[in-house]
Design a protein around this ligand. Structure first.
Ligand SMILES: C[S@@+](CC[C@H](N)C(=O)[O-])C[C@H]1O[C@@H](n2cnc3c(N)ncnc32)[C@H](O)[C@@H]1O
Length: 320
């Protein structure tokens, strides 16, 4: 048998052997490589028949070069497939871990909330003051309740939340259901009742920006009340007067005690925050025990207050 015929037979055998579907891509590549090497042998044999002797060296170098290129391609493909396989495996593991850690985080969050329900502190959003709000203000309030609830869920030391005076079918109730996914399953209490019918009066502290008393600490035995109100046309002292009429303790955030007016803010300074911002301050204080840190985290710069020493930084920021 001639070398040409032998090579053809080998090729047929190999084609039968190299069934890519059944052996998998790695083996198929290796088999193809072997097949290719056979072709090289055949090519070398054939070329020695037709190419003159002085071309032999050039020819075999050319064949070797092609073979090396082919080997490189096969090796690169192989390593790419390996990398891809490892990437898929890592992604799968990561996905499983994420699902696992999501479940664990949810369980931790639930445990912390139930601990706060049992041991305090409690924070009520009083919706009995939300009567005269416009549609736009009601939407804003619903969004603030969602943010506050989300922040409380993420807090290392959460409060137990309670929404009081929430009348079924009222505009704010409808808006909360419409805008806040899963509102009816929020881990908090909602009731049509008023806070003063639910808790002993001596435990209630109504938080209001108009109070004369600065809040000094967060006492887990107390129930803190926030006025569920967005008043774009400020209803001055609304919650303060209400709390005074009910003979309740009141407190404001200690903004004046720990912050100074930012000289760059063209005379606009306001201590009135949205309920979710007040909550951010309370939650940070409850976690760190530091009012400067808490106020820095919760009081937006546009309110015109900064911590002493922060003013220089703010001035530099504005002038750059
Ligand atoms: C937008 S404010 C409403 C202000 C309204 N004029 C009032 O009479 O309360 C919403 C609620 O956040 C709370 N709040 C806002 N700023 C506060 C501050 N500096 N100190 C304490 N509570 C504050 C109060 O409970 C307030 O009712």
């Amino acid at each position: 048998m001639t070398s040409h015929a032998e090579a053809e037979m080998e090729e047929r055998n190999f084609r039968a052997e190299v069934d890519v579907e059944s052996v998998g891509e790695d083996e198929a590549s290796e088999s193809l490589l072997r097949l290719f090497q056979l072709f090289q042998i055949e090519a070398e044999c054939n070329s020695s028949e037709v190419i003159p002797q002085d071309n032999e060296m050039w020819c075999s170098r050319n064949v070797l070069r092609k073979q090396r290129n082919w080997e490189k391609i096969v090796a690169a493909k192989k390593s790419k497939r390996k990398q891809e396989k490892e990437r898929r495996k890592a992604k799968h593991i990561e996905g499983t871990e994420q699902q696992h850690s999501k479940r664990v985080l949810k369980a931790i969050m639930k445990e912390r909330l139930l601990e706060a329900k049992h041991a305090g502190p409690r924070l009520c959003i009083d919706l009995s003051v939300s009567d005269h709000m416009t549609k736009k203000e009601i939407s804003k309030l619903a969004a603030q309740i969602r943010r506050l609830y989300g922040a409380n869920k993420r807090a290392a030391k959460p409060f137990w939340l309670c929404v009081t005076g929430l009348l079924v079918h009222s505009s704010i109730h409808e808006e909360c259901l419409r805008m806040n996914d899963g509102f009816s399953n929020y881990l908090m209490d909602t009731t049509e009742e008023h806070y003063f019918d639910l808790f002993p009066l001596e435990r209630i502290v109504y938080l209001t920006p108009d109070s004369k008393h600065a809040l000094e600490e967060i006492d887990p035995q107390k129930v803190y009340i926030l006025g569920g109100l967005v008043d774009e046309n400020i209803q001055k002292k609304l919650t303060f007067q209400k709390a005074c009429e009910q003979g309740l303790q009141t407190a404001r955030l200690p903004i004046q005690e720990y912050m100074i007016k930012d000289g760059n803010m063209k005379n606009f300074h306001s201590e009135i925050l949205a309920i979710n911002q007040v909550f951010d301050v309370l939650a940070m204080y409850y976690k760190t025990g530091s009012w400067p840190e808490a106020l820095k985290a919760g009081v937006p710069a546009r309110k015109g207050f900064v911590l002493p020493g922060q003013q220089d930084v703010e001035t530099k920021k504005m002038s750059s």
